[in-house]
Design a protein around this ligand. Sequence first.
Ligand code: ARG
Length: 465
Amino acid sequence: MSDKQNTDKLWGGRFSEATDSFVERFTASVDFDKRLYSYDIDGSIAHARMLKKVGILTDEEAGQIEAGLEFIRKEIAAGRFEWSVELEDVHMNIEAALTADIGDVGKKLHTGRSRNDQVATDIRLYVRDSIDRLCAQLSQLQNTLVDLAEREADTILPGFTHLQTAQPISFGHHMMAWNEMLDRDHERLQDCRRRVNQSPLGCAALAGTTFPIDRYYSAQLLGFDAPTKNSLDSVSDRDFAIELAAVISLIMIHLSRFSEELIIWSSAQFDFIDLPDRYCTGSSIMPQKKNPDLPELVRGKTGRVTGHLMSLLILMKSQPLAYNKDNQEDKEPLFDSLDTVRDCLQAYIEILPALICKRENMLMAARQGYTTATDLADYLVKKGVPFRDAHETSGKAVSLAIGIGKELQELTLAELQKLNGLIEADVAEVLSLQGSLAARDHYGAASPAQVRKAIAIARNKLADR
Ligand code: ARG
């Protein structure tokens, strides 16, 4: 037990003994919520200006409070502020410092609000900024992908289903598939932002306040679209944090899929790509190793971020209205999710432009594995053969090729004609990789011409953001 008196606590009035020192440490959040400081100060300044507008603070009082808060902001930014665990959280640390700096007028700031609406406001402001930064990063990464797609629009590699060689595709098409995933992520973030950008300020502890406050005014000062509608919901709602964690988890899932492909492609067995040495590390025992640590780590970090989503969901499960101290546990998973996704996006922004495509190896791989068998079937269909019969004939051609150790395009015309007399010399173009790819020439398909169209559409969309 601490022998200190509780007079230094901002809520100490009804207490007759000091807080147990373990309890003090256990209940404190300042170690992790101090990163909200600038948003806490923005929220307090808006609150003080609102109190002045409705006549609760004089011009002079509000001015002193605002100047005091700006001074504290500078002190914290300069690393001169002393955070104290006894003062529990970022809100009470700043409020106590304000009163210490400007005197009793500082004690008027908390009129008509509570830490419950204060913290909800702070997190929403923090999350809103984080979403804007994430969106900018996503756009940067998408631009990188589109550039890479353009550079490699004519690069042929095998496309896979079941990780079995399927049909030839363009590397550019593959990059544009990744771009689509990120494009949806961007849309989801924008959608989430609409629900984040509502002001809980003024809902106070749970029921609103007896003062004639103007919630529309403080909402407007903070750039919120509107005040939230129900005070009980406002102080307890963390749906927006869960939504954001879900969107971030999906971004990480996408990055983990990209990572898996980069890892496979850079293996000796595939050897489709190379990552510059500066982005790889070696092994302490095997001198020949060059490991793709960056994508591996991104893949690995996906686990902790999806874990954070689960933490936040279960945090809210069964919570009665309104605010509960449980909610203090929202910050660490949320902050770590945001930090992690930021770094992972940065990793991709760095490595993608430096990706070395081993075009010859990709082409060789596409040549193997009978990737144009579907084209042979389609060719026969165009000659009037029903698709099922054409499929059968093409399957026989594959079997023949396997039997004599050839690729499909290496079969002679005579060998093919034995399977179906309708096959003519023009089949050579159909069985070639370039011919097969170019033939997939409709909206959304893999031909280089369509990839270039998709790139133009994507560039326009990105330019409009
Ligand atoms: N540190 C608290 C949190 O993060 C602030 C709100 C505390 N409110 C209260 N009534 N104890 O949730």
